[in-house]
Design a protein around this ligand. Structure first.
Ligand SMILES: *Cc1c(COP(=O)(O)O)cnc(C)c1O
Length: 388
């Protein structure tokens, strides 16, 4: 084979996800490094203000990850040992892990197979005297029914903490996720819709929570508290609450500010790609395309999750891989993992819809750095794989 022939043979590799980074982020990080103020400072405050303004929420508190954001949200609302928090088994482990951090129990409620979100109709049956909060996850960026969740929380005096790791920018009835729950936790991990490499944000309209969170995320240190008491030297500080090492750095915040500027643009691209997938994949009887919400609701399209019928999922993913197309699977239900079975007595069969859906789902490549051509390459490869 000549060089030319081998080039023709080569299929482009389509990665599942890639961060949308360009020279603006590189320049912004360089500026922070050159300034010599590299940990938490002015950039973090600027990022928090811009993020809160984007969502129209009163407070945004930057932290080191979404896991930290979920943990602090539970701490600030006083949830602890012996309490129960209702969530979905169909999520990343971080959701339930954060509940364990405070010594509470993650109580799983099965999902609706269509939306992949927690089945709201089953929540009230799971509420006990120990239940303190509901922690829904807006899977793939499709919002849970927040009106109903708020009603349930109000009726049973529960706190609504949403895992909004996928939900940027997601709108529910014309309001952004992050501006509806008591506290919302966002992720800026490398593959998320907005990335700071690692990072997270808590949003809330509650002034008291916000004030405590700002202190708790950095060792419980309150410099203002001391200066209010005395006019002593600037190195003095007080520890006013329990503390954690969960602060965000200015390096991360500088990336986040650039990413926030591009958020609408990246969302437009994701939405357009999802539309192409949607219209083209309807042709295949073996594929169920994801649920698309009505106009009042904006899907963030963090993930494009299809459900296969009468097709072996693992084989489908492997064959696409041979076609140089990288897919993923979201999620292995948490109650199937060894740790959750040992720790909380969950077992196979407990959440049949989560299990059934898990066997069928495939997350297709979807990220703003893709082109229309890339999407059609994926669709063509899927057609080939399904024919074989
Ligand atoms: C990514 C993710 C998290 C964790 O985010 P980190 O920022 O990595 O801590 C939590 N929940 C869900 C649903 C996620 O996808």
């Amino acid at each position: 084979m000549s060089d030319k022939e081998s080039l023709v043979e080569q299929k482009p590799f389509i990665p599942f996800s890639r961060p949308w980074i360009d020279d603006t982020e590189i320049e912004a990080v360089s500026q922070v490094l050159a300034s010599k103020w590299i940990s938490s400072g002015a950039r973090v405050r600027e990022f928090e203000r811009a993020f809160a303004e984007y969502l129209g929420v009163k407070h945004a508190i930057a932290v080191s990850s979404c896991t930290a954001a979920l943990h602090l949200s539970l701490v600030v609302t006083g949830i602890g040992i012996g309490d129960e928090v209702i969530t979905t088994p169909y999520t990343f482990t971080a959701t339930a892990e954060a509940i364990r951090y405070v010594g509470a129990k993650p109580v799983f409620v099965d999902i609706v197979p269509d939306t992949l979100n927690i089945d709201i109709a089953k929540i009230e049956q799971a509420i006990t005297t120990k239940t303190k909060a509901i922690m829904p996850v807006h899977i793939a960026g499709l919002p849970c029914d927040m009106d109903v969740l708020q009603k349930i929380c109000h009726k049973h005096n529960l706190i609504l903490i949403d895992d909004a790791a996928h939900a940027l920018p997601t709108q529910y009835n014309g309001h952004y996720i992050g501006n509806i729950g008591d506290l919302s936790a966002f992720s800026f991990y490398a593959n998320k819709n907005l990335t700071t490499a690692e990072g997270g944000m808590i949003t809330t309209n509650n002034d008291a929570y916000a004030e405590q969170l700002q202190t708790m995320r950095l060792h419980g240190i309150d410099k203002d508290a001391w200066s209010r008491q005395s006019r002593r030297s600037i190195w003095r500080y007080d520890i006013t609450s329990e503390g954690y090492k969960y602060n965000m750095t200015d390096i991360q915040a500088a990336i986040g500010l650039c990413q926030l500027m591009k958020l609408n643009k990246q969302h437009e691209r994701r939405r357009k790609f999802a539309e192409i997938y949607h219209s083209e994949l309807q042709k295949f009887s073996q594929i169920r395309t994801p649920f698309v919400p009505d106009n009042e609701t904006e899907h963030a399209w963090h993930l494009y999750i299809i459900q296969l019928q009468e097709t072996d999922r693992d084989e489908f993913v492997e064959t696409l891989r041979e076609e140089n197309i990288e897919c993923s699977v979201h999620y292995i239900p948490l109650h199937l993992f060894d740790f959750y079975q040992k720790q909380y007595d969950y077992k196979e069969g407990d959440f049949p819809y989560a299990e059934e859906v898990f066997e069928r789902v495939v997350s297709l490549p979807l990220h703003p750095g893709m082109t229309n051509d890339d999407i059609y390459i994926v669709i063509e490869a899927i057609g080939k794989v399904l024919k074989e």
